[in-house]
Design a protein around this ligand. Sequence first.
Ligand code: SAH
Length: 370
Amino acid sequence: MTAAPASAERTPLEERLIALIKANGPISVADYMADALGHPHDGYYMSATPIGAEGDFTTAPEISQIFGELIGMWLVQSWIDMGEPKAFNLIELGPGRGVLMADILRAAQLRPAFLKAASIFLVETSGRLRHEQQRRLRDLSARPLWADEFSEIPPAPFLLVANEFFDCLPVRQFEKTETGWRERLIGLNEDGTALAFTRAKTPPLPGVALPENAETGAVFELCESAASLAREIAVSLVEQGGRALIIDYGHLGEGAGDTLQAVRRHAYWPVLASPGKADITAHVDFDALARAGVDAGAAAWGPTPQGVFLDRLGLQARIARLASGKPAEEVEKIIRGAHRIAAAEEMGEVFKALCLSSPALPAPPGFDAP
Ligand code: SAH
């Protein structure tokens, strides 16, 4: 395990977790992640400035406006595929600083009827980020409504986008030992002064689906809240009609191992150091999301690598259009941004797009027909 760096400070959340573990015993990795990110007062997303150059990490919409513009066109085409409903919900999960939604709305100005029909819902738990979203979207005269959870949004046909949202949802971890699977937990070090990884003494309860043929030492991650959210979205897609576009850092099912990581000021950080002050994520298991969606009756498309997806949506044409008539320095910046979000060796391959769709709709733009 990585030792805490010298700059790691003891946080109020860490004190509370240590006291809680002393009293009640070790907690799951999922409980730790949920508290470190989402604690109403001391959680990372509530108290910090996570995103952007001055924050801890950056995301595709923050790197290039083309990302949101192409997704805006994807949404408009999806709305057309749905038969141009006069009223629909345009939903974003975890909108960060509101940059993606702003780019989407700007691009969608090409189709005023789409904007007229859209009721915008932003699912965001952080008050600070809500404030920032409001400020950014006000410039576009958008009047979004906020929700804490997807389930609070009134039923209607909908289009949903989630970029780098599912990777914040808490994962449980399991390790294959000589004596079978054991849940990985967070307890205390020997003198009880710091958080430390440990293992459950007994096997997990039946009903936790763990891979059958894993080798000793293998780690398996299970994101129950991601699967249940995908299921909930799929049920609504079947009932109301629409599409959901999920983009994230992720993999396809088993064999990914331990993907839990923390990032602070654009550098890796030990997962257990200074909880509430670093971002913690785990790679998204796209297979599990697609399976949950299909089991609930939706169609699943992809996952398609982000670079391929953006290319198919017209990345090159958009670069050319944006660059036209701009000074060389600007052109260089546009090309550099597009390269970062789409090149295979940058974000183009490890980030993937998955579409859950009401089964009645045709293949969504950017995805292969089966
Ligand atoms: N989509 C943005 C930001 C990604 S960061 C972008 O691409 O830049 C993750 C976002 O999800 C933040 O806005 C964070 O506050 C929000 N978030 C994290 N966990 C959440 C939860 N359980 N419910 C609602 N929002 C959450």
